[in-house]
Ligand binder design. Structure first.
Ligand code: GRF
Length: 199
């Protein structure tokens, strides 16, 4: 068994898409990979309530309760390990998790730490991706599911979605269309990893 732990900071729509896919396709039985927990660094993350309604264990670990990144990450790592229970160390899916992780955390979860980023990486790492894509005059935008390395928004690309930029687009409109594609490619990327029998 290799459980899945999803980390969020906000609305959690990618988390919901992952949970729905895991329910509809029964990842627990098919791959031995149940979604064991949703952890947020913000108590007000809207996704927490939804996850609870689904019967998934939730936990809040606020970064504000720790003096530095290393101590926050240590607490997070401990929570992830205890949620996951017995079996292989869990697959950790970052879904709108707005914290930069320390190299130590990344190394200790190497090979099983995945992120989704709202741009066609390697273009537009970091924040405000849609506004930057519009300012650059991009004709296409999109999203990327990738492995997490110590370098922000870098790491092997697992899936991408492409969305045409429309003349009437502003950043929120473009973001909404890209987000709809994120909900397809993130579950797809995870399903492929699970089907391949490795994380
Ligand atoms: C998504 O666009 C994701 O790619 C980015 O943050 C947003 C989170 O949205 N990292 P949600 O919380 O999954 O709804």
């Amino acid at each position: 068994m290799q459980s899945i732990v999803i980390l969020i900071s906000g609305s959690g729509s990618n988390m919901s898409a992952l949970v729905r896919a895991s329910q509809e396709e029964d990842w627990a039985t098919r791959y031995g990979a149940p979604v064991a927990a949703v952890i947020s660094n913000r108590a007000d993350a809207a996704g927490l309530a939804w996850a609870k309604q689904q019967g998934i264990a939730t936990q809040v670990i606020s970064h504000q309760d720790f003096p530095d990144r290393a101590q926050f990450d240590a607490a997070l790592a401990q929570a992830i390990a205890s949620c996951a229970g017995a079996g292989k160390p869990p697959l950790v899916l970052l879904a709108g998790f707005m914290r930069i992780l320390t190299p130590g955390f990344v190394q200790s979860h190497a090979g099983r730490l995945i992120n989704i980023h709202p741009s066609l990486l390697p273009a537009f790492t970091g924040l405000h991706t849609h506004a930057r894509a519009l300012a650059a005059g991009c004709k296409f935008a999109g999203a990327t599911v990738h492995r997490v390395t110590e370098v922000l928004d870098e790491g092997a690309i697992l899936e991408q979605s492409v969305v045409p930029v429309l003349p009437e687009d502003d950043a929120p409109r473009l973001a909404a269309r890209v987000l709809a594609t994120e909900h397809i490619i993130y579950p797809r990327a995870v399903r492929k990893l699970l089907a391949a029998g490795l994380s």
